[in-house]
Design a binder for this molecule. Structure first.
Ligand SMILES: Cc1cc2nc3c(=O)[nH]c(=O)nc-3n(C[C@H](O)[C@H](O)[C@H](O)COP(=O)(O)O)c2cc1C
Length: 359
């Protein structure tokens, strides 16, 4: 099944393998697309992947979480982003851009010395930062920024957008009872915690219309005390379905939870696909296309996930940093990715660009 085509909300995928959003550190210091970034994505497109999701792209300067990330927070970025999508399309690839605001997981050094902003002032022991609570005005401004960014993505010929609603960044912070302690329209109970995502989704649809693919990556589980859990995630997915979301990519964890998102040393098949329960639950409880990410390394496991209907699509990140042509290799008979999940590629600060440190 892995190499069967799939129609994802109108995007014709040549197979069911997706490159999960992965920060590249290849934009210039102002966030413009560079030749190096284009070459990097050309290699992925040539490598046979069904769909590329870009590294997280910035919708508002108050949400910058890493240096040299792709930016899409004003119209000046559109022309160069179009060069990127043209290059991928020329190589028979499809490309969706992931839209992000980093929320409390940003560092003052990247915010001109300002404190990061978040739904509530909840201390993050992993960064030792207490963010500043967003005002109502800032919340609406950020929602509008997501909508504007989606419109730019469409103008730049991306095949769709993905809202980054996972991993403890801003959207995920609003959804999580751990990071959202507000007692106003934006928080208090599950329905009100959903409002930020709901308004963001509506702002995006207002800009791109009903037919443009809008995906989301979200946590099945935050893996922190009082965080989002699988039951609540299913409820969110059902609400998203009512609104018209086109697909959900299931992940988990946040900075504070430790290495849950990109788990270490995935060497045995039993360790693979560590969020499979979350995606299986979502598949059972909703009829939204579900994308599973997290530790998938073997072709046989990927096939098994699809056959047992625990997901509709398979998403991978780290293995493609090491082998951008892994899909072609799988098709030619390779059984397992070479990636050893050492997370050397995640030492962003030390690396000039995000790359595999084993080769
Ligand atoms: C270097 C690196 C950068 C990442 N950047 C992003 C990102 O921009 N957006 C995102 O949603 N996830 C990001 N992730 C998480 C991956 O998309 C993925 O969820 C995680 O690595 C687990 O999948 P894997 O086992 O196939 O690597 C990143 C992971 C790595 C290793």
């Amino acid at each position: 099944m892995l190499f069967e085509p799939y129609n994802l909300a109108g995007i014709e995928l040549k197979n069911r393998l997706i490159r999960s959003a992965t920060y590249e550190k290849r934009a210039d210091i102002d966030g413009f697309v560079t030749d190096a970034l284009i070459e990097f994505y050309k290699d992925l497109a040539k490598g046979g992947i069904g769909l590329i999701i870009t590294g997280n792209a910035l919708v508002h300067t108050s949400g910058r979480s890493v240096p040299q990330m792709i930016c899409i927070h004003n119209d000046h970025y559109i022309d160069k982003l179009k060069r990127l999508t043209d290059a991928v399309h020329r190589h028979d690839g499809k490309i969706v851009i992931q839209l992000v605001h980093g929320g409390r997981q940003c560092f003052p050094a990247l915010l001109g010395g300002e404190k990061p902003i978040a739904p509530s002032e909840v201390y993050d022991p992993s960064t030792k930062i207490t963010p500043r609570e967003m005002t109502n005005e800032e919340i609406w401004e950020t929602i509008e920024a997501f909508g504007d960014a989606a419109r730019r993505a469409m103008y730049a010929s991306f095949d769709g957008i993905q809202i980054h609603g996972a991993h403890g960044y801003l959207v995920s912070e609003f959804l999580s009872p751990h990071t959202n302690r507000r007692k106003d329209y934006w928080g208090g109970d599950a329905e009100r915690r959903f409002h930020f995502l709901e308004e963001t989704y509506k702002a995006i649809r207002k800009e791109v219309g009903d037919n443009y693919p809008v995906l989301i990556k979200m946590n099945g589980d935050d893996f922190v005390e009082n965080g989002l859990n699988p039951e609540e995630s299913v409820k969110i997915a059902k609400r998203l379905k009512e609104l018209g979301i086109d697909a959900i990519e299931v992940s988990g964890g946040m900075y504070e939870s430790g290495a849950k998102t990109a788990q270490l040393n995935i060497l045995k098949t039993e360790q693979e696909a560590y969020f499979r329960n979350s995606s299986g639950l979502l598949k059972k409880e909703t009829d939204i296309p579900v994308i599973l990410v997290g530790g998938i390394r073997s072709k046989a496991i990927a096939e098994d996930i699809l056959e047992k209907k625990d997901a509709d699509l398979i998403s991978i990140s780290r293995p493609l940093i090491r082998e951008p042509d892994l899909p072609n290799k799988f098709m030619a008979g390779k059984e397992k990715a070479d990636c050893i999940s050492c997370n050397g590629c995640m030492r962003f600060q030390k690396l000039d660009v995000v790359k595999c440190t084993q080769i």
